[in-house]
Design a protein around this ligand. Structure first.
Ligand SMILES: Cc1cc2nc3c(=O)[nH]c(=O)nc-3n(C[C@H](O)[C@H](O)[C@H](O)COP(=O)(O)OP(=O)(O)OC[C@H]3O[C@@H](n4cnc5c(N)ncnc54)[C@H](O)[C@@H]3O)c2cc1C
Length: 244
């Protein structure tokens, strides 16, 4: 949605995740695990005995032998609101991040508004709550109030830039609903830990209650990973979605 005027906010309700680079397969897990008992391994371990390989991956997951799941790499390009990245970067172990700079480039007016399916209302007390649908009136108010606030904030940012104020100072006027982008690189073990905390799933042994917007990112990363490492992904689900 845009007016065609460059200073008017472009409103988005989605997040995007692109797998830009990867070296990740189920064979990487087997390759690393079998060195324990058999020394140097071939890179195509999976084809040797597929049923035994599947069993080994499941055993490693079940008994939480985690390190064989680290010998792989996936780099994602993620576009999401800043409040999602603020939560994302709490994941410190097995992750590398590079985010676009608000110091070196002018930030574009792209902002988040919840989509129609986003549950708006929290009911219950801290630690024990659920989210329920908002009314059409609440959705309309959220849309209108956020849009107005974004327009004001971006106009303030532009005013400061026009006065010659540095981008790194002017950006203080912008809210956390602004979109940013980053590369995030992880391995299967660190991704599983992330997914265990940032997605809700019927197979999860330990339930989590993530904010929906970071969960949307997690779901897209999981779909990419599941294609690269289907046996590892299946074993993660079969063992309660707890990272080994
Ligand atoms: C639903 C939800 C709500 C949350 N709410 C809040 C909140 O209100 N406020 C807030 O500040 N955060 C909040 N968080 C963030 C949370 O506390 C974690 O920072 C975040 O989930 C990252 O988890 P992690 O530390 O396990 O991951 P990583 O940083 O990737 O660490 C992975 C693992 O390494 C080990 N590890 C890493 N660092 C250390 C260390 N310094 N010492 C010992 N062991 C270490 C731990 O075993 C850890 O589980 C929330 C997270 C979730 C999922």
């Amino acid at each position: 949605m845009t007016s065609g005027d460059d200073s008017k906010p472009l409103l988005r309700s989605d997040v995007t995740v692109e797998l830009v680079k990867s070296s990740a397969s189920d064979s990487d897990v087997l390759f690393a695990a079998r060195v324990s008992t058999a020394g140097e391994q071939s890179l195509d371990e999976l084809s040797k005995d597929p049923e035994r390989s599947k069993g080994l991956i499941n055993y490693l997951m079940r008994d939480r032998h985690g390190s064989p799941f680290e010998h792989n790499s996936m780099t994602f390009f993620i576009s999401a609101p800043i409040f999602v990245f603020r939560e994302f970067m709490r994941h410190r172990v097995g992750w590398s991040y590079n985010e676009e700079s608000g110091r070196y480039r002018e930030l574009q007016p792209v902002f988040y508004v919840p989509g129609e399916s986003r549950k708006l209302v929290q009911q219950g007390r801290p630690g024990k709550y659920v989210f329920v649908e908002g009314t059409p009136a609440q959705h309309a108010t959220v849309h209108d109030v956020l849009t107005e606030s974004y327009e004001q904030a971006y106009a303030a940012y532009q005013k400061l830039l026009a006065e010659g104020v540095a981008r790194e100072v002017a950006r203080a006027a912008l809210p956390v609903g602004l979109y940013s982008s980053m590369y995030a690189t992880c391995n299967a073990r660190s991704l599983m830990h992330f997914l265990g905390l940032r997605t809700q799933h019927e197979l999860a042994k330990v339930p989590s209650f993530p904010q929906r917007e970071i969960e949307m990112v997690g779901e897209k990363m999981e779909a990419e990973w599941a294609e690269l490492m289907p046996l590892t992904h299946a074993a993660f689900n079969a063992n309660g979605r707890v990272a080994p």
